[in-house]
Design a protein around this ligand. Structure first.
Ligand SMILES: Nc1ncnc2c1ncn2[C@@H]1O[C@H](COP(=O)(O)OP(=O)(O)O)[C@@H](O)[C@H]1O
Ligand code: SF4
Ligand SMILES: [Mg+2]
Length: 333
């Protein structure tokens, strides 16, 4: 029995689309994205830069509406957030659903102490009194591994190192005990050791608080280490989706195969690292057929004429490709 059939999802996303611009400058940044997240489960969203990962996360919280149009459904506790008002979304953001943005250094307020920033979140999203909020702030800094937590509450963001500031961001995001965390490349700017510590932290907090997580990353190594499910994005669409174990062991979409071959751990030492030839297509002029066709070693005439839909033939794995790759279990990963 799979995880999915045991728990009902807390987040269910169906046919999410976000479009920026209009007329000939229409940018279909996210197209028909569907996935679900269970309590305590971590879903990895991977793909090259520009594939629509950040826009997907921002669209879940209604943050893309300011610049473009979002359609589809984002079911959260039975409600479709896509049609909820901005006032409703402000209550949900940072409370039930928290987000760690891609640029944490710029998301912290340089003029407020770390303690004040945690306090603001708790005031906005909980009914705690001042002493309970102070205790929670100390507890959160402690939880994310900041030594001498109590004395550091009165310090400003610039007094923390890069890794510690990232931990502060996580402490603020998790202070109000969200049921879902949206984390956009939370470790990209950090060195490898700190990256591993932060990922371990997110992993253990997800399990301890039974919190669902959508983790955006361009690093398949991070997905392998951290996630239960994975969705691979290309040019705004999910092209392969399933349990991490299965997708990384035997990827079926040629793009996922290429990504796996680009991971240093997957090739013998002193072997040149593979990189997928070419670059993703411009979203302003997508090809008529498969968006990956210009880079795909398996391409046929059909691929240039029509676009493959994401199909789920086995019930466990969805792939958008006319000719799925049949890899052996030990070929990669
Ligand atoms: N506010 C915006 N206006 C217009 N285009 C945008 C906007 N935000 C993102 N995009 C475009 O949407 C596409 C997906 O971006 P993004 O989700 O940030 O990619 P990534 O997978 O690297 O996170 C990119 O082509 C980007 O230029
Ligand atoms: S549909 Fe065709 S071009 Fe697209 S990934 Fe599959 S084989 Fe390659
Ligand atoms: Mg991004």
């Amino acid at each position: 029995m799979t995880l999915k059939s045991v728990h009902s999802p807390i987040l269910q996303v169906e046919d999410l689309c976000t479009t920026f611009g209009s007329g000939i400058a229409t940018i279909p940044a996210v197209r028909d994205v569907s996935f679900s997240v269970n309590k305590g489960e971590i879903l990895g969203l991977v793909g090259e830069s520009g594939s629509g990962k950040s826009v997907t996360l921002r669209s879940l919280l209604g943050l893309s509406r300011r610049y473009g149009e979002t359609t589809g459904s984002v079911y959260w506790k039975g409600d479709n957030l896509v049609v909820r008002s901005e006032a409703d979304m402000r209550r949900i953001r940072g409370g039930e659903i928290a987000m760690i943005f891609q640029e944490p250094m710029t998301s912290l307020n340089p003029l407020l102490t770390v303690g004040m920033q945690i306090d603001e979140t708790l005031k906005a999203h909980t009914a705690m009194n001042a002493s309970e909020r102070k205790a929670r702030a100390v507890e959160m800094l402690d939880l994310v591994g900041i030594p001498a937590a109590r004395s550091r509450l009165g310090e400003y963001p610039h007094q923390f190192s890069g890794g510690m500031r990232q931990r502060v961001m996580i402490a603020i995001a998790l202070a109000a005990r969200p049921q879902l965390l949206l984390a956009d490349e939370p470790t990209t700017a950090l060195d490898v050791t700190i990256q591993a510590q932060i990922l371990d932290l997110i992993l253990s907090l997800a399990k301890d608080f039974d919190m669902g997580v959508v983790l955006v990353t361009h690093d398949l190594g991070v997905v392998a280490q951290t996630c239960d499910q994975v969705a691979v994005m290309y040019a705004g669409r999910i092209v392969e989706q399933g349990a991490v174990r299965q997708v990384l062991r035997a990827p079926q979409h040629p793009y996922t195969v290429g990504l796996m071959r680009s991971v240093p751990e997957n090739v013998p030492p002193r072997t040149p690292l593979y990189s997928i030839p070419g670059t993703p297509p411009s979203l302003l002029s997508l090809p008529e057929g498969c968006a990956f066709s210009a880079r795909c070693p398996q391409k046929t005439v059909l691929c240039e004429q029509s676009r493959p839909h994401l199909t789920n033939e086995t019930g466990e794995r969805a792939v958008a490709c006319f000719s799925r790759v049949e890899t052996q279990g030990d070929a990669v990963a």
